[in-house]
Design a protein around this ligand. Structure first.
Ligand code: NAD
Length: 386
């Protein structure tokens, strides 16, 4: 007797094939049931249900980069502007179809506005904590620009406010969504350059005290700190993103010209070294007295290296892979999509009320590291254990 006959007869006897015998099409022993979605899908929002955003502060970065990011956003749309300038609100409102306007005095009344889910803080750094906490108390999710706040104590208060409000708090570290840097991280993680041994990160520009967006960056009360807070933080945060680990010790020295009147309140430049538990180090620098604008990162590995210059700009970042074969450039999607991708990611996190990819805790970590750099520099470059 062939095995197949035996098997079929046995199964029939057990009733397992009865449905087939009745002409049903269901697969043997199978029944339809639900499963969780596997993989990442950009599901469209139900019509008219994109997350609704209020923008706080209509300055250079808001108008030039952040607001245009909403144009192609899948999950975010703007519904409100918060500004001290009615003229700017009216002009931008007409261009972007936004008609709900608040100022800094009546800001707390956003609590009664059901057309606002998320608030994006794009004010000078010294105001991030106050407006973040007010927005969280109003029941809104908050994405705040980098650096998170002026001090680690402010960051801690912001995180506590988010927990109390049961709302999400994110820091706008756009590089985590910038396609060229995302590609570089994929290359590093896939072993393209072997084991990373050393990273260098240099970021700076020449601050003009007569240009309003630079003027407040030179005032401690509004800026929190100097070049490291504003521009050096890109090197710090991006290096740690690529390495996927935090330092165990660091040291730093100020490198600004001490007699430069621009730097009475905040440091003009700093060079630092982060030490990882596995022996890798990051050597970084930042400055407010360099020309031209510098943004470069180099990841040196056991098989090759990745050089990025520019590394963290809005629209021109490049990857050159050196070694491990002939030097070559690696392309990625348009860097300008970083703004839209960040808004979409935060909107989805807020909708699900789950942590954003770059949460408040990451912003706090970075401010603590910069405070440790200042401590080291104030003490002649001593090593600070973390
Ligand atoms: P900006 O000076 O152009 O804009 C600041 C806005 O805040 C202005 O509209 C101003 O009117 C308003 N404001 C309210 N109260 C103020 C006060 N007391 N003093 C000064 N301005 C006040 O500055 P910006 O370059 O647009 O920077 C705004 C924020 O965006 C900062 O947190 C900065 O770090 C961040 N930023 C981020 C990026 C990035 O790539 N992610 C780039 C640039 C700036």
């Amino acid at each position: 007797m062939p095995d197949t006959d035996f098997t079929r007869r046995s199964l029939l006897a057990a009733g397992a094939l009865a449905p087939l015998a009745l002409g049903a099409t269901r697969a043997l022993g199978q029944q339809a049931h639900g499963t969780p979605l596997a993989g990442e899908f950009a599901l469209p929002d139900p019509p008219g249900q994109k997350m609704r955003w209020a923008i706080v502060g209509l300055g250079n970065f808001a108008v030039g980069e952040a607001i245009p990011g909403f144009i192609d956003s899948q999950h975010a749309r703007m519904t409100a502007f918060v500004s001290g300038s009615p003229a700017k609100q009216k002009d931008l409102g007409a261009r972007f179809g936004v008609s709900r306007f608040y100022d800094y005095m009546n800001f707390d009344s956003i609590a009664n506005d059901p057309e606002i889910d998320c608030v994006y803080i794009i004010l000078p750094v010294g105001l991030h904590a106050e407006y973040t906490i007010r927005a969280l108390k109003a029941g809104k999710h908050v994405l705040t620009e980098k650096p998170m706040a002026s001090t680690s104590a402010e960051c801690e208060a912001m995180i506590a406010a988010a927990r109390a409000a049961k709302r999400q708090l994110g820091v706008a570290y756009r590089i985590h969504f910038e396609p060229t840097n995302v590609r570089a991280k994929q290359l590093i993680d896939s072993g393209e350059i072997g084991d990373i041994r050393f990273v260098s990160a240099d970021h700076g520009f020449n601050a003009d005290p007569n240009y309003p967006p630079h003027k407040w960056r030179l005032e401690k009360a509004l800026a929190g700190g100097g070049s490291m807070f504003d521009i050096g933080i890109y090197g710090l945060n991006t290096s740690l993103m690529m390495l996927g680990q935090d330092p165990v010790a660091l040291s730093a020295n100020y490198i600004y010209p001490k007699d430069d009147p621009r730097f009475r309140e905040v440091e003009g430049g700093i060079e630092y070294r982060l030490r990882m538990a596995n022996g890798v180090s990051v050597a970084g620098s930042s400055s407010y007295s360099w020309s031209p604008y510098i943004s470069q990162q180099r990841y040196m590995g056991s098989k090759g290296s990745i050089f990025m210059k520019p590394a963290t700009t809005y629209d021109r970042n490049t990857i050159t892979v050196e070694g491990n074969g002939p030097n070559h450039e690696v392309g990625a999607a348009n860097p300008l999509t970083q703004f839209q991708r960040q808004l979409d990611a935060f909107s989805l996190a807020a909708r699900a009320n789950t942590p954003h990819k770059t949460p408040g805790e990451m912003g706090l970590r970075d401010i603590r590291l910069i405070e440790a750099m200042y401590k080291s520099a104030d003490n002649g470059g001593e090593v600070v254990k973390l």
